[in-house]
Design a protein around this ligand. Structure first.
Ligand code: LMR
Ligand code: MG
Length: 519
């Protein structure tokens, strides 16, 4: 996360900002608590219903039908007839579902195939009549803008170039400092290459020419490249498979020019049927992957981005972002989601904030990255209390690493997961997750352990809803002494088990001594 305008970190927990009242409790945000959007793409038609902490949306409902409205359009100029029939019945179903969920009317947007087809307007009328939906056929720049806004939902305040590949078009948009800048649409959708004459050579020439025009329009874009769209995600999945990458979360997955080149070579040499089974890619998607790979190769060699990130957030999340008030947009998606989880699932919502004050002295030199993760861990330290005790540590780890969260890099997911694992367990060896630990270096492994053990200890010292715990930690790095200061009335809380946890924390810190002071 970058960007100073992002309301993330207060140096102390009492500062407004981070621990101010979570915005999803505001009326404005509550109105967003269930939002349905319908994305009528050239490949797929998808209904998404967002729920929960709007700043970090949960997918209350998500259904996609690969209709292929744009298939064959390059030749006929018309929507694919079979695709139309499938899209119509999908939209019928989605409109009914939305009614049933009480979220109608849906915000429905249609992109390249619908806007370019000769029979697009007639089909739109037909659908509107039959389903009662209102469809917005958006132009390429608007498509680019919305999808860039989706990226901003996950990376508030970041810089870079967003590239959304659909079935019949490919959009580019610049983002900087929380805003969408220049944008442009192109015909580089993989469905358009299927029936192109002249084979690979002709395609290469065409892609090269179009990409050059795009580069002229967009200017130099050497920051991060954000990839949005099902065909890019499929390529990323293959990249993970090739590299044997341990975490199968696509959002925030990173690639670089080299791995892209290797993966494209790998795809070219692969038995696509076999690969598709191994990576869990549908056959209709796999049919587009080789074309998308050719576009990606040219995209990367043209713009030379400093790094490449996959974004699962795109046009649909952009529509949600569009409806958010500015103050909500600025919120940190991770912290908002952590608040939400605490409120929903913790035994004593509000305790996380005080726990953060308790563990804070252990990290006197913490940077904002660590503080932010520590805050999230504190807020989520108790959300898995209902799980079976034998599995609680693993459930915690799983929750954090595989959660549908924005605003978290992969190594940060593992850090959070490990801290929460150590909240229940001293040892991290012997779990099913060991290969994931490799995403952290030793220093961060150690920090996760200290944080987790501090949560474990702190959570024992107090079981009341409000008031001060009367317990504080002091850590002196110079003489390596860890001190627990307890007010007299709380001294009974420091029992045998608490003592052994305190000792274990002192051990992980490398303390030469630990002591308790009753004040
Ligand atoms: C589309 O045009 O359908 C895309 O945005 C999404 C996809 O499935 O490729
Ligand atoms: Mg699309």
């Amino acid at each position: 996360m970058t960007g100073n305008d992002v309301d993330v970190i207060g140096n102390s927990a009492s500062e407004a900002g981070l621990f101010a009242r979570p915005l999803f409790q505001d009326a404005k945000a509550r109105a967003l608590s269930r939002v349905g959007v319908l994305d009528i793409g050239s490949n797929s038609v998808r209904l998404v219903v967002f729920d929960g902490a709007a700043r970090s949306p949960a997918y209350f409902y998500n259904e996609k039908v690969m209709c292929g409205l744009g298939a064959g359009m390059a030749e006929t100029g018309k929507l694919n007839p079979e695709g139309k029939a499938r899209a119509l019945s999908a939209m019928h179903r989605f409109a009914r579902l939305a009614e049933g969920m009480g979220i109608a009317p849906l915000t429905a947007v249609a992109t390249a195939a619908m806007r370019d087809a000769i029979d697009g307007p007639a089909f739109r009328e037909e659908v509107e009549k039959a389903t009662g939906l209102k469809i917005w056929v958006i132009d390429g720049e608007e498509e680019a803008r919305l999808s860039a806004q989706g990226v901003l939902l996950g990376w508030p305040g970041s810089y870079g170039l967003v590239c959304d590949i659909g079935g019949s078009s490919m959009e580019l948009a610049e983002i900087h400092d929380g805003e969408v800048g220049r944008r442009v649409s192109s015909p580089l959708g993989p469905l358009k290459f299927k029936d192109m004459e002249g084979g690979k050579k002709a395609r290469e020439k065409h892609i090269k020419q179009v990409m050059k025009d795009l580069a002229d329009h967009m200017g130099a874009q050497r920051d991060r490249l954000f990839l949005v769209g099902g065909s890019w995600r499929a390529i990323a999945r293959i990249d993970m498979h090739r590299r044997n990458y341990p975490l199968h979360v696509l959002h925030e997955y990173r690639m670089d020019a080299e791995s892209v080149a290797e993966t494209i070579g790998y795809i070219e040499g692969a038995d696509l049927d076999k690969l598709r089974g191994e990576c869990g890619i549908s056959s209709s998607r796999m049919a587009l992957v080789p074309y998308a790979a050719e576009v990606l190769s040219r995209l990367v060699s043209t713009f030379e981005p400093k790094d490449i990130a996959i974004s699962s957030y795109g046009i649909r999340e952009g529509l949600l972002y569009e409806q958010m008030p500015q103050d909500l947009r600025k919120r940190d998606p991770l912290i908002e989601a952590s608040y939400f989880a605490e409120n929903k699932d913790a035994r004593m919502p509000g305790f996380g904030r005080r726990l953060f004050d308790f563990v804070r002295p252990l990290f006197p030199q913490a940077d904002t990255t660590l503080l932010r993760l520590a805050k999230a861990a504190c807020l989520m330290h108790d959300v898995s209390w209902r799980a079976h005790p034998d599995y609680r540590a693993e459930v915690c780890f799983d929750n954090a690493t595989r959660a549908n969260l924005g605003g978290l890099k992969h190594w940060e997911r593992v850090f959070l997961g490990l801290a929460l694992l150590h909240r229940y367990k001293n040892k991290r060896e012997g779990t099913r997750f060991e290969d994931l630990y490799a995403l952290l270096d030793d220093e961060w492994l150690q920090k996760a352990e200290i944080l987790g053990k501090a949560l474990r200890f702190g959570a024992m010292l107090w079981m009341s809803e409000d008031g001060d715990s009367g317990a504080d930690l002091e850590w002196s790095r110079e003489d390596k002494v860890l001190t627990l200061k307890l007010v007299e009335s709380a001294s009974a809380l420091y029992g045998e088990v608490a003592e052994s946890r305190f000792k274990s924390l002192a051990n992980s810190l490398g303390a030469s001594d630990y002591k308790v002071e009753i004040t």
